[in-house]
Design a protein around this ligand. Structure first.
Ligand code: APR
Length: 268
């Protein structure tokens, strides 16, 4: 907790952008932690925004839990859902101004890495080199028995050919997209690298996440415990707003490019 925060909520957007840029300029190791809000401006819905969040429309325990996936999903129901929610937009979406601003921050050596909960690969598409996909990605799928990895396209082709989800691997095992389902452990390496990054960074930028899903939700606290500055950019409030050094309740695609422009001006 710090003195700055008590006043921060009253500051104008311009002042908060300037303060954030100053913190970035003065920090040596900056890490971004991103969530689904990062990609809404690319046309991909988030999970918990009132009215538009995916979990308001479907039951996550039915469609996104490892237990129900292994038991088997109703293919017709799933196909209807995919078209209703326009889930395939994930494969055609392009990075937005927010993704591009983070890539630029990395290029000017002001971003060490991104820990993302997103599975849409848009940070990489924007040119970011160091991205930890802590909830996996939609790029590939793997057999839960023999660990054989296939491209996501092949997973879809197998699903259509076998007319069932999950489809089976030739070894008899279940093939599952390489995204983390509810009830699953996070990828060990991604989690340990994330903890390492957050423990030694001196600034954490939490962007477009409700910061409520464990264990990612514990990372901002870990950063603060190790003395890092915490800046939050999110439309809605988060559980960390009262301990953050700066909180900007605004749209990422508008706010982040302005922050990066100010960082570059300060660094001239
Ligand atoms: N600009 C700023 N903030 C935004 C924008 C935007 N353009 N669009 C949405 N947001 C904010 C919302 O206000 C919301 O608080 O982004 C946040 C997204 O939160 P969630 O929908 O909860 O997404 P996320 O935090 O990534 O969820 C974590 O939950 O179900 C799981 O596995 C899923 O990885 C996901 C995890």
């Amino acid at each position: 907790m710090n003195d700055f925060n008590n006043n921060s909520l009253d500051k104008t957007l311009d002042e908060k952008i300037k303060k954030t840029a100053e913190l970035i300029k003065d920090s040596k190791s900056i890490v971004a932690l991103t969530g689904a809000g990062m990609s809404t401006e690319s046309g991909i819905p988030d999970f918990r925004s009132p009215g538009t969040g995916i979990w308001e429309k479907i039951d996550p325990m039915k469609f996104a839990s490892i237990d129900s996936f292994i038991k088997g999903l109703d293919l017709d129901e799933l196909i209807n859902l995919i078209s209703d929610l326009d889930i395939t937009s994930i494969f055609t979406s392009e990075p937005n101004e927010g993704h591009k601003a983070l890539a630029e921050l990395e290029t000017i050596n002001k971003l060490e890495g991104i820990i993302t909960q997103n599975v849409d690969m848009l940070h990489q598409k924007a040119g970011c080199k160091n991205v930890i996909e802590i909830h996996g990605s939609m790029k590939t799928a793997s057999c839960l028995r023999c660990n054989k990895k296939i491209e996501f396209d092949e997973f879809l082709a197998e699903t259509i050919e076998q007319q069932k989800i999950p489809p089976k691997c030739p070894c008899g095992g279940i093939i599952k997209p390489d995204v983390v389902f509810f009830g699953e452990m996070l990828p060990k390496k991604a989690l340990s690298r994330s903890i390492e990054y957050v423990s030694r960074c001196d600034m954490l930028l939490a962007i477009g996440s409700s910061l409520v899903v464990y264990p990612v939700s514990s990372l901002p606290r870990l950063a603060k415990e190790h003395g890092a500055k915490l800046v939050i950019i999110n439309i809605e409030k988060t559980p960390y707003d009262n301990v953050a050094d700066v909180v900007i309740h605004g749209k990422i695609g508008t706010v982040l490019p302005r922050v990066v422009k100010e960082v570059k001006r300060l660094m001239k």
